[in-house]
Design a protein around this ligand. Sequence first.
Ligand code: NAI
Ligand code: MG
Length: 492
Amino acid sequence: MAKSTKNNTLKLKFDTLKYAPAPESKSSAKINAQYDLFINGKFEKPLSKKYFDTINPATEEKLSSVAEANTADVDKAVKAARNAYNNVWSKMPAKERGKYIFRIARMIQERAREFSVIETLDGGKPIRESRDIDIPLAANHFFYYAGWADKLAYAFPNRQPKSLGVAGQIIPWNFPLLMAAWKIAPALATGNTVVLKPAETTPLTALKLAEIIQESDLPPGVVNIITGAGATGAAIVNHSDINKIAFTGSTEVGKIIQRAVAGTNKKITLELGGKAANIIFEDAAIDAAVEGIINGIYFNQGHVCCAGSRLFVQESVYKIVMQKLKDRIATLIVGDPMDKNTDVGAINSKQQLETIHKYINIGKKEGLDIFESSCVLPEKGFFCKPTLFTNVAQSSRIAQEEIFGPVLAIQTFRTDDEVIEKANNTAYGLSAGVWTDKGSKVFNLTSKLRAGVIWANTYNKFDPTSPFGGYKESGFGREGGLHGLSAYLNVQ
Ligand code: NAI
Ligand code: MG
């Protein structure tokens, strides 16, 4: 059979193979029409008197209006956290602290379905991902750190670990509940109290978490959850009675925060952007590697700081990898995030969709070859076709800057040394992936790639026991595992 006929047959087969819709029910999700600020164990009206809308990016419908905290609201939250730290939390036996964290973990598990539905409605990610990844991992982080609460002396033997005080935590919109868990669980386990601000486009699961925290009888003020945009975040960063800032988000804001805390006593961890290299050698299991590429850049719409947004393919297998990759892209189901069959959901916001389009246009203007999925996008909502660029130069902006969307930049290489140099030639250093049959090659690359996390023959795998964090402009400090504890402690 001639090659083109074969491809057409494959396309035809797929066109006839349509899944019946399998929408998840919304009935388990209770979303209030309005949310206030969670301060000192209660939902309080904002002193600012202001509210803003959060929408469903897949339909552009309003889900709820959410309080916008101003400087006075932030101050109120910090005072509540300080009071809880001084009078309750820092005095409580560690074993008791652990019990509360376990309780929160169990309550997240019990309400996992509701959390998954709200996460998908508010942020646009496929329900399969919220259900199978975000929510179970969030519960696991609480379970894991609950276990550490009374064992800090074993984690840091002879180093007298001491809590810091009040932690200000600012998180992004790509893994809303999971990022809240990454921040809150280790802070509580180490005896700190918290003021947390979720991202303005995805505040709802953090507010649901606030409801659970209230039900868990955690002493008032230990966790305060306040909503707002950048100005609210800045008010947390600049508050003089905060001892630690933990931030996940853009490198641009990370730099602003680092400048703001310079010269103060605030401890800081920053988890910022990335431009990960996914590297495929000729001896790799090609089908598994192609699935890893798809998982690395297209699932969760590329809204992943460790997304495998640069692909390096060894020249000898370039043709076969490209063919398999394009065939697989043709089968990706793009659309309604609430449908259990959906692989690629909605882009989180209009603004983010514009950023992605800006980069696709830059790629076109640079003269790169573009290939995009032939899928039909829904008429409403913010959606983007899975896209890839080939013939990409190292200097291309597509290969250098974080896009945070389903856009892959593909390059080739011949030797190990060449790909190491190319992969390291970026301002970022968060993660990387290596696909090869040879253990020695894995170890050679993992020791030379400047990235905080390197996956071998898999991609985007997370576990609460494993530290995560970057090099260079991807930030500093580690979250997860035993390392994640030290970010919230003073140790001698
Ligand atoms: P962003 O960095 O502005 O937002 C992250 C969080 O920081 C949000 O909660 C936001 O309200 C808060 N924030 C904004 N300005 C602040 C300030 N001056 N002080 C304190 N807090 C502040 O990210 P944005 O605008 O949503 O996305 C822009 C780009 O950032 C994306 O295109 C992507 O490249 C990158 N990004 C990276 C993330 C990561 O996980 N590393 C997550 C989200 C975005
Ligand atoms: Mg939203």
